[in-house]
Design a protein around this ligand. Structure first.
Ligand SMILES: O=C(O)CCC(=O)CC(=O)O
Length: 261
């Protein structure tokens, strides 16, 4: 399935830091999370960047319309929000579903995106029948806060507070928002549109990511000529939360390499 043109997105809740006239860098989070998952990475980035974190629809403090949410609408929300903030030529950093939104936005709105970081994500995550089972389980039993699979064994052992924070964000996510975004992922396959992308791209994977394994991320990076692929050792699906300094260093290096800092 391809992203449908998204003309009427909703304006998302965002938090900004850094100067308004700085080079813009935009962050989109994972399913069942919110914009605060980026806090420690943002703190480690150069001061002169305009850093914009967004809550996806149905998550955090953004509106939660009735589902289902086509992926085109999620991409449209990001575009509408950046238009409202008068952002052009950003580097869009997205993790997991946020990384799918990055690919979709780059396919449709190159005026908004000049580079992207696709993190712990892929052009297609899982299979429709896997998502069907998961959606049914959530409908029957509520949001599954089993976030152990998001973190490496080392993180789980040494930083249980990070798992607790992730669990708190997951439990705060409205069921309707969570399900709507799961349905969006289930229906999305961006292989063709991502393979047509020609923009500077950094792909980041965690060595212990059970949700979007490193090979899956590498395969998506391989669709985009000239893209760079980096592994963060000892991290799972939440690489930026688990190793924020390493993540910020990779991101800063990428921004420098494309003249965005
Ligand atoms: O994290 C996401 O945005 C989607 C992928 C996913 O479902 C991760 C997980 O919960 O296993």
């Amino acid at each position: 399935m391809f992203i449908i043109p998204a003309s009427h997105g909703i304006t998302l809740h965002t938090v900004e830091s850094g100067p308004k006239d700085g080079p813009p860098v935009v962050f989109a989070h994972a399913l069942g999370s919110d914009l605060t998952m980026w806090d420690t990475v943002v703190d480690a980035l150069p001061d002169h960047l305009r850093l914009i974190r967004m809550d996806m629809r149905g998550h955090g403090q953004s509106p939660c319309p009735e589902g289902p949410y086509p992926m085109g609408d999620l991409v449209g929300d990001a575009g509408t929000t950046l238009d409202a903030l008068r952002v052009k030529g950003c580097v869009f950093v997205g993790l997991s579903i946020g990384g799918i939104i990055a690919q979709g936005l780059a396919a449709e709105r190159l005026d908004l995106v000049r580079g992207m970081v696709i993190s712990n994500t892929a052009a297609k995550i899982g299979t429709p029948w896997q998502w069907e089972d998961r959606i049914k389980a959530v409908r029957d039993g509520g949001i599954d806060a089993n976030i152990e699979r998001w973190f490496s064994r080392t993180t789980a052992r040494d930083h249980p507070e990070l798992l607790e924070d992730a669990r708190t964000r997951m439990r705060a996510t409205p069921l309707q928002g969570y399900l709507g975004c799961m349905e969006a992922i289930a229906d999305t396959d961006l292989y063709e549109s991502t393979a047509a992308l020609r923009l500077p791209t950094l792909a980041i994977a965690g060595t212990e990511d059970g949700s979007t394994p490193a090979d899956m991320v590498r395969e998506t990076a391989g669709l985009i000529p000239g893209s760079r692929f980096e592994l963060i050792r000892g991290t799972g699906h939440m690489s930026p939360v688990e190793k924020p300094a390493e993540y910020a260093a990779l991101l800063t290096d990428f921004l420098r390499s494309i003249g965005h800092v």
